[in-house]
Design a protein around this ligand. Structure first.
Ligand code: NDP
Length: 796
């Protein structure tokens, strides 16, 4: 091409980055990588290796070890052995190691960037300017948290040995999101990278050696899904942190059910990119490029669903098509390309199949006029319009450079359309009206809301999902919690602290005629006392075996009615903390008036001394006061993120929660679980103690006279574990708390996997509800809420 022609077209030629240093790194390992266990390179017991491919050229880069069960054992043992010393060296020494890792990553940043682009196919522009700087930032940020752990987080301790499994889309970035907070908080780790992109993790292992990180603190084992599954199942792993598909996330949830392993899951998404008619459309177009063509669209939080206000839809589509025409696709090491290769042949096929299906389902496909290189796994940027909200491409995660567009008319419709997904990872909102943006952001069910920006990440802000996008956060103070456990947990016991339950309850048994009070309590649904659907009741006997009364025996239908009622009540969720506090104080006041009656009821059920029963009522009143006090004080933060952003971390309610109350302390156990849940704005379905239900059923009258909206607290009595199972399986329940035996806990974690509802269970351990440290506090509010990070960029 002549210079004159270049001036005319303004097109530029290739600007290749050298891959020499990266290939030298591979050569230094003789083209074959072993496992990094206990600070050394170890030959895999299986003796097997698989190929890592450059997706831009389909050429082999290196051989990677296949770790088997024996290797997983070795790595977990090394991490377990390293743990006591890693804890002992203390916060400051750990901070120094993290700082050294950050420095070393920066010093070798270009090597990391090139190796990542070679292995994954993503443009060097992205690895160099986005991925690797974020990696270094995570180690710096968490070096700070390591230093501050003993002062800022003194009520918490490390979890132990952590198993970490990461995907191929941001190999080193995901590694840093996992390893930095874990080791900063005093844990040791075993990490398995994705089979197709292990190389930068192996380079990171070398960095660990170079800085003299104590042996066994970080272990990297490579392999396929089976290696990951073996790590998940290992008995000495105390927590699993996973990023990947929702499908595998569900498998892991089920595999760890009942084991007591802590779990965080960062899964898929189908994030809405919402454009209102007053948005700056040229900025929107660049936003769309970043939302769906960044990393070839292989981004869990990709803005893959474009929702446009009807009046501007055609204008915006036209601008997007024009921009798509100018995008450059090619070898990842070319500094002037926008789009690289898809990670593997398999992933390319998945994308192509879904695109074909989109056409078949009647959507209109548009792709630029130019064609993709044929020497690698390339896919052109793709826009679908005329997409029905229920079509496969509008619902399924494509994980490729494919944008599906839909239009809406009103703000309400935009929210409805945005939430019409099983996922809830992120959303992006485009409008010049900040009031509108801040009105819409809390209404979208997603862990991150970007206003007039997209795909921005920082170590100081939490990232993670709602619904089937998983649970737990990575980054920010909230992310640290995934690698810590409250010290108070050590005080929990295997036996109830005070054994008061000594009675038996029988289904539909014979009512004793000599009872003083002959009454059958109804259930409480939607603010009304309701008869059980099944028409059965259960006899409740006191501690001496004496008949006290009967309760309704709830069934599946009653639970369904209660869930429906809970969903109908958005009033409570939208009240301010102050308004909720007023109602809670009123509840406490009304309970205080009936203190004697509630104490007598406890005596009747448990046969404990009246003075102990009075103490339980007193503590219940005090506990309600605590949460009333916290209602307007348990608030969010403004994170110090990089870039010009105000990043608001807002605790939001879970939505509809199921609460299975403990059997100990019949009134206090009920109050200690239900009150924090409603304090955070949730609507709840409560299953009171099966054996001692009357404190809860007596509480209806307190609820009715205290201005609690009718559907906020719904109470279903009956067989605890049967009702709990229905709640755990229910798709419209967002979270479940269960206090009961080990088997029940396992069931809850197993059954909740269907819609990935969040669970909080006691693994058969007992708290002393009478003890303030065990029975109340912010940990309850934390478990009753989830944090949404709202990013608001500024700058004139
Ligand atoms: P997977 O969820 O299968 O893989 C993620 C990680 O888990 C990999 O390291 C994988 O190993 C490992 N793994 C696979 N099966 C198991 C198991 N049973 N137990 C423990 N670990 C396991 O994602 P894929 O890589 O297969 O991608 C499939 C789809 O997932 C994509 O098309 C995309 O839709 C979605 N995805 C979402 C991501 C996100 O960030 N949310 C990231 C990546 C993918 P290995 O790769 O070696 O098999």
């Amino acid at each position: 091409m002549k210079i004159k022609e270049i001036y005319e077209t303004m097109s530029y030629g290739p600007a290749p980055e050298s891959d020499e240093a990266a290939h030298q790194f591979i050569k230094d390992h003789k083209g074959k990588f072993n496992l990094f266990i206990n600070g050394a390179w170890v030959t895999p017991s299986s003796g097997e290796y698989f190929d890592s491919i450059n997706p831009c050229t389909k050429k082999k880069l290196a051989k990677i070890s296949e770790a088997n069960e024996a290797d997983v054992n070795k790595a977990v043992n090394a991490a377990k052995k390293a743990l006591p010393e890693w804890i002992k060296i203390g916060s400051h020494q750990r901070a120094r190691y993290l700082y050294a890792l950050a420095r070393q990553i920066q010093k070798h940043s270009r090597l990391f960037a090139v190796l990542e682009s070679l292995d994954n196919g993503k443009p060097i522009r992205e690895t160099r300017d986005i991925d690797i700087p974020i990696v270094a930032r995570h180690f710096y940020h968490h070096a700070g948290w390591a230093q501050l752990r003993d002062t800022e987080l003194k009520d918490y301790k490390e979890v132990g040995v952590i198993g970490q499994i990461i995907p191929w889309n941001f190999p080193l970035m995901m590694l840093s999101w996992k390893i930095a907070p874990a080791i900063a908080m005093g844990n040791t780790i075993v990490l398995k990278p994705a089979e197709s992109t292990s190389l930068t993790a192996l380079l990171f292992a070398e960095i660990c050696k170079q800085i003299g990180l104590p042996k066994g603190v970080v272990n990297i084992i490579t392999g396929h899904g089976k290696t990951g599954a073996t790590l998940v199942d290992h008995k000495d792993v105390n927590k699993i942190a996973f990023t990947g598909s929702t499908e595998v996330g569900k498998i892991i949830r089920r595999a760890t059910a009942g084991s007591g392993k802590k779990l965080s899951l960062e899964l898929g998404g189908k994030s809405p990119f919402i454009v209102f008619e007053d948005a700056d459309l040229d900025s929107v177009v660049e936003g769309v490029v970043d939302a769906i063509w960044f990393n070839q669209g292989q981004v869990c939080c990709a803005g893959s669903r474009l929702l446009v206000q009807e009046g501007i839809a055609d204008k915006l589509y036209k601008k997007i098509r024009a921009r798509m025409e100018t995008l450059r696709i090619g070898n990842a090491l070319d500094k002037s390309i926008d789009i690289g290769a898809i990670v593997s042949q398999e992933q390319l096929k998945t994308i192509k199949d879904l695109v074909k299906l989109g056409v078949k389902e009647g959507s209109t496909l548009w792709q630029p006029s130019w064609s993709c290189p044929t020497d690698g796994y390339f896919h052109p940027p793709t826009l679908f319009t005329d997409v029905a909200p229920s079509s496969t491409i509008a619902q399924e995660e494509i994980f490729g450079p494919v944008l599906v567009a839909m239009s809406f008319r009103t703000h309400k419709e935009a929210v409805k359309l945005a939430n019409n997904t099983r996922y809830g990872l992120a959303c992006s909102i485009w409008t010049e009206n900040i009031n509108l943006a801040l009105d819409i952001a809390p209404q979208i069910k997603a862990g991150t809301a970007w206003i007039n920006c997209t795909n921005v990440f920082d170590a100081a802000a939490g990232f993670g999902g709602y619904r089937e996008s998983g649970f737990g956060r990575e980054g920010g103070r909230e992310g640290l919690m995934e690698y810590l456990k409250p010290r108070i947990n050590d005080a929990f016991t295997n036996q109830p602290p005070k054994i008061v339950v000594n009675n038996t309850s029988g289904s539909n048994g014979q009512a004793q005629q000599d009872s003083e009070i002959d009454r059958t309590t109804k259930m409480y649904i939607g603010g009304k006392q309701a008869r059980p659907d099944g028409g059965y009741s259960m006899v409740i006997n006191g501690a001496n075996g004496n008949y006290i009364g009967e309760v309704s025996k709830g069934n599946r239908k009653d639970i369904r009615n209660a869930v429906e009622a809970a969903h109908s009540c958005s009033k409570w969720t939208h009240r301010t903390g102050h308004a909720r506090a007023q109602v809670l104080y009123y509840l406490a006041e009304n309970l205080a008036i009936r203190k004697e009656e509630f104490a007598n009821r406890i005596v009747q059920m448990t046969n404990q001394k009246k003075k102990d029963a009075l103490l339980e009522v007193e503590l219940s009143i005090e506990r309600i006061y605590t949460y009333a006090a916290l209602a307007d004080k348990y608030d969010g933060r403004v994170h110090h993120t990089i870039h010009n952003n105000v990043t608001l971390a807002m605790p939001e309610s879970m939505g509809v929660m199921g609460i299975i109350c403990p059997d100990e302390s019949p009134l206090l156990g009920f109050i200690s679980t239900v009150i924090p849940a409603i304090t955070m704005g949730n609507n709840v379905i409560v299953v009171p103690s099966e054996k001692l239900p009357f404190s809860a059923t007596d509480f209806y009258q307190i609820l009715e006279t205290s201005d609690v909206p009718g559907s906020t607290v719904n109470i279903i009595t009956g067989e605890k574990d049967e009702l709990a199972k229905v709640l755990a399986k229910h798709d419209d329940v967002d979270s479940i708390w269960y206090f009961g035996d080990k088997n029940g806990c396992k069931e809850m974690e197993l059954l909740s996997a269907d819609n990935m509802k969040q669970t909080w269970v006691n693994y058969g351990k007992y708290r002393n509800w009478l003890d303030k440290e065990q029975g109340e506090g912010k940990i309850f509010l934390k478990k009753a809420s989830q944090i949404k990070n709202i990013w608001i960029p500024y700058g004139a």
